[in-house]
Design a protein around this ligand. Sequence first.
Ligand SMILES: Nc1ncnc2c1ncn2[C@@H]1O[C@H](COP(=O)(O)OP(=O)(O)OP(=O)(O)O)[C@@H](O)[C@H]1O
Ligand SMILES: [Mg+2]
Length: 434
Amino acid sequence: MMRSLRGRLFVGLTAIILLTGAVGGILAYRWAYSEAIEMQDSVLIQIGSFALSAPMRQSRPVTGVDAEAEVAVVELGDAPRGATDDRRLRGLKDGLHNDVYHGQPVRVLLRTRPDGSRFAVTQQTEIRTEIAGDMAVRTLLPIAALVPCLLLMTALVIARSFRPMLRLAGDLDASRVDDIGTLPTTGAPSELQPFLDSINGLLRRTRVMMDQQRRFIADAAHELRTPVTALSLQAENLASLDMPAETRDRLDALKSGMRRTKHLLEQLLALARQDAAPSTVSAAVELDKIAKGVVADLLPEASARNIDLGFTTVETVVVNGDPLSLISAVRNLVENAIKFTPDGGAVDLSVHREDAMAVIRIEDTGPGIPPQDLARTGEPFFRGGQPSGEGAGLGLSIVKRIVDRATGSILFENVTGAGRSGLRVTVKLPLADR
Ligand SMILES: Nc1ncnc2c1ncn2[C@@H]1O[C@H](COP(=O)(O)OP(=O)(O)OP(=O)(O)O)[C@@H](O)[C@H]1O
Ligand SMILES: [Mg+2]
């Protein structure tokens, strides 16, 4: 059983067209053939009528009918010296007969003139069937030409009718997981309407569920933030008290645990915020200013570890977007670069224009990302095959969402070459039109 509706339609219609063509062709051929035979008989009768009034001195082929028709008028004299064929013809009654003349099967018309003389109009059967066959074949030509045309048109009509379906599938494929809209129902074939309605219903429910999930994560992170902040305050207060060295060690471990938890909650909250309804804030933002601000913020952290944090290129580049989100994206990238770069390394930033796009590039001298981890980089909570350093594993997911929202692109490349390693992250964003 063929699975494709298109295939089934085409095969079915092709069979119908071919069958109709064949049956029509056979009927037309047979009809035209017998018509042609009858027509030739009537030609014989007409020639007989002419010969009736004017006896000919001798038998002769009739010219002027059709050079190939080979019609002959044979005078059947009384003389018994006539050939056996003539004698036998004389024995026939007036009218049309099938007979043999000069060894050839013929169609023969016998007539008797008023004066009693008789003659025969003959035509070779072989020639007659040949002419009839030719004429009948000619009636097949239009049918033969029509069948391929019909097949072609059928194929075109089928292809056209299925185009809306393919277009809908394309629309669905093109939509992003976190941004599934509804499929347009106007202009779609009515047969597809029930499917579209169910798919749209499903999409709606999925959207509601995803929204609920996002809100839950955001709410949970938000709710947890307050008690965790309170706990860290308590830990800070505790630190000011006198205590044995061992207790202080435990307290320090507790404090760094608190710090990590707070960071995780903050990252979760930031991710949930990016996942929620698209930010309505959209302004012309100077990307170079944002980058400078982030670098200024992180400079103390970098210099504490002797990392050379700075710019290689800075151009004034303006993009459209939510300034807070863009700051968060750049900050996460530069934080990563600093975190994964060994002490004494370097982190270089470049903000410039490239192919009518705004580009921010961050390059470090860290270990880079192992090639087998590159594909999964940016998945929530993915921190590489061998996680190193502290982190929630959410930073790049946040960056990816923000870049996605801004219809930009992000690329991770490992820097290789002469004893060098490091990660190069390139973010491209559409320039704001002025
Ligand atoms: N500059 C870099 N050099 C080497 N590895 C990196 C770099 N940036 C990211 N990675 C790898 O990608 C992983 C994911 O980065 P991401 O920023 O999402 O998480 P994180 O930094 O571990 O945690 P978070 O940013 O949420 O605190 C990191 O754990 C690290 O393995
Ligand atoms: Mg990070």
